[in-house]
Design a protein around this ligand. Structure first.
Ligand code: PEP
Ligand code: MG
Length: 572
């Protein structure tokens, strides 16, 4: 039998299914008698202490990974919030609730509050609260939470976890010696669980309908994490076929790492720069392992998440200087904080908006909150003294915005001069081309700015009017369509006419099926998740620029997505 899902981290995984079905929690909604209050408070306090201890243990386990540590710091902070404990105890006392019912009521109220803001990032915060509540209630009822470490003790075979959903705190406990992959029914690419599975390099599929009923414990499973397919109890022939694919995939992966110090240049001498998209220290630490030439997109908003307040100037400065120093004279492109849309902060108020992606987001926030912009610009400029930094602004739609941002940079620079603080006076300033408006006026933009990066993730959703996070219309979301590709060609030509550089930093840059096309379209640089760089470099090093240009001409003549897909499939 064959099922299908969305790939989070690619590769192949083999193993026996371990289907997780946690006990349903039945909350005791009866009222207690007054003489039971102390007992229930004790139950809650004991569970609270146990939960805190469990979370601290998991956090210790994840110390080597800063992102994961931050996530569990977040959980612990939620628990340690004074009101958290007090409000639950008050519910037991005043409303005569059992401890489990008080926890349930309190957490549901919190979740309702944050769900009023309709966006994926906030929904993920709700998942964190559900995770905490589950732990507290299981501990109140003395139900053992699934412990992935002991679950896998003495297991000799490989395991594929099958579940409705997996919380970050569960994934983090995976014993990677035996757990080789997971498949879940829910999930989104932007969830913390997905982010953690990528950083663990764990083959995983999400959005597989009804998988917990279709797969039985111990079923033999193959995850084809290239195509997103799942094989259940496959024949020997299929197993053999995929073992071969797996071996080739690994050999290829290791061989490709040998390319890390070689230039990304075509046979006929065209040099396409390959940069890394980063959002945390681990990504930065991987830059040389995978052979990136620098950082093409530093998504700084990730530094602002999973914490309780804005990082101040010095903290930001130390992040940016660390990146610059680590990558030893190579380029670091720092994108100013791109909040809103689907990226929110627990400590900053965002208005409830019908369409947050078109709302108060990104550089639009800076006008109302200049201190956010000034603090970040000061930190970036100070760090620019220690290496090669360029500043990238997201979500530009007009020249007015460019004039505003340049004026603010001048203001910050003047203050630094007055304070005798060093910075790179010739720091380059660029814009993301990720709105249709920026694409149309890129000629004007290129007269004022130094470089450009096409954000195909947003550009595709805005040009096609298809929400990039909506699974229901995901079949319509395709960057390799005639309108986007012709638009990219227009942007490249227009920006080149003004002698400026243009790259792509959206997911399209790491789509292996279209690297030759991107070469042929004339892009100067591609920026992507570091682990894709070896594959992309290999394609570039085995291409002729002249043939890629012919391929691009042919693709641009096509009228349908299918025609383009057919040509690209044949070109590889
Ligand atoms: C993009 O929109 O393509 C992009 C790179 O930015 P983000 O994915 O962070 O919105
Ligand atoms: Mg974007």
């Amino acid at each position: 039998m064959l099922l299908n899902g969305t790939v989070v981290y690619n590769g192949y995984a083999f193993g026996n299914a371990l289907v997780l079905k946690e006990e349903d929690i039945i909350i005791n909604n009866n009222n207690i008698n007054k003489n039971e209050i102390d007992n229930e408070i004790n139950n809650f306090i004991n569970s609270y202490k146990k939960t805190l201890k469990q979370l601290k243990n998991i956090r210790k386990f994840s110390l080597e990974n800063k992102d994961r540590k931050l996530l569990f710091d977040g959980y612990i902070l939620i628990l340690k919030d004074k009101l958290f404990k007090k409000d639950i105890i008050n519910l037991i006392k005043n409303e005569l609730l059992y401890a489990d019912s008080a926890v349930d009521k309190f957490i549901k109220k919190q979740i309702n509050n944050i769900k009023k803001v309709d966006n994926i990032y906030i929904k993920e915060r709700a998942n964190d609260l559900i995770d905490i509540s589950k732990r507290l209630i299981f501990n109140i009822k003395n139900i053992k939470l699934i412990d992935f470490n002991s679950l896998c003790d003495n297991v000799k075979k490989n395991i594929i976890i099958i579940s409705k959903d997996l919380s970050p705190s569960q994934i983090i406990q995976f014993n990677l010696n035996v757990i080789k992959g997971f498949i879940i029914e829910d999930g989104s690419i932007t969830s913390h669980s997905s982010i953690i599975s990528k950083s663990l390099e764990l083959v995983s599929l999400i959005g597989v309908n009804n998988v917990t009923n279709l797969i039985k414990n111990n079923d033999n499973i193959i995850i084809d994490g290239i195509k997103g397919n799942i094989y259940i109890n496959p024949s020997d022939k299929i197993i053999k076929k995929f073992k071969n694919k797996y071996n080739k995939f690994n050999i290829n992966k290791n061989n490709l790492l040998k390319l890390k110090d070689l230039p990304s240049i075509t046979y006929d001498g065209f040099n396409m720069k390959l940069y890394a998209n980063v959002g945390n220290n681990k990504d930065i630490n991987n830059i040389f392992k995978y052979g990136a030439e620098g950082i093409g997109l530093y998504r700084t908003e990730f530094l602002f998440m999973d914490r309780n307040s804005f990082p101040d100037e010095n903290e930001q400065f130390s992040y940016y200087r660390k990146a610059v120093k680590y990558i030893k004279g190579n380029l670091v492109t720092i994108r100013t904080v791109d909040l809103g849309g689907d990226k929110f902060l627990s400590y900053m108020n965002f208005p409830k908006e019908n369409v947050p992606f078109l709302g108060w987001r990104s550089i639009r926030i800076y006008k109302d909150k200049k201190d956010i912009l000034h603090t970040q610009l000061r930190a970036i400029l100070r760090a620019s003294f220690f290496g090669k930094i360029r500043i990238l602004f997201p979500m530009i739609i007009s020249m007015e915005e460019v004039y505003f941002l340049k004026k603010e940079i001048d203001y910050v620079k003047n203050n630094l001069v007055k304070e005798n603080i060093n910075f790179d006076e010739n720091i380059k300033i660029g814009a993301m081309i990720e709105t249709p408006s920026a694409a149309i006026i890129c000629g004007h933009l290129a007269e004022e700015l130094d470089f450009f990066s096409i954000g195909t993730n947003d550009l595709t959703q805005f040009v096609l009017a298809v929400d990039r996070n909506n699974l229901k219309v995901s079949h319509l979301y395709n960057s390799l369509c005639p309108s986007i590709l012709n638009l990219i060609k227009y942007i490249v030509n227009t920006v080149h006419e003004k002698n400026k550089k243009i790259g792509i930093c959206g997911e399209l840059a790491s789509n292996l099926n279209c690297i030759k096309l991107l070469l042929g379209l004339g892009l100067d640089e591609l920026s992507m998740n570091v682990s894709f760089i070896p594959n992309v470099k290999q394609i570039i090093r085995s291409s002729y620029f002249t043939s890629c240009k012919k391929l691009a001409d042919k693709v641009l003549d096509q009228k349908t997505n299918k025609d383009i897909e057919n040509i690209l499939n044949k070109s590889n």
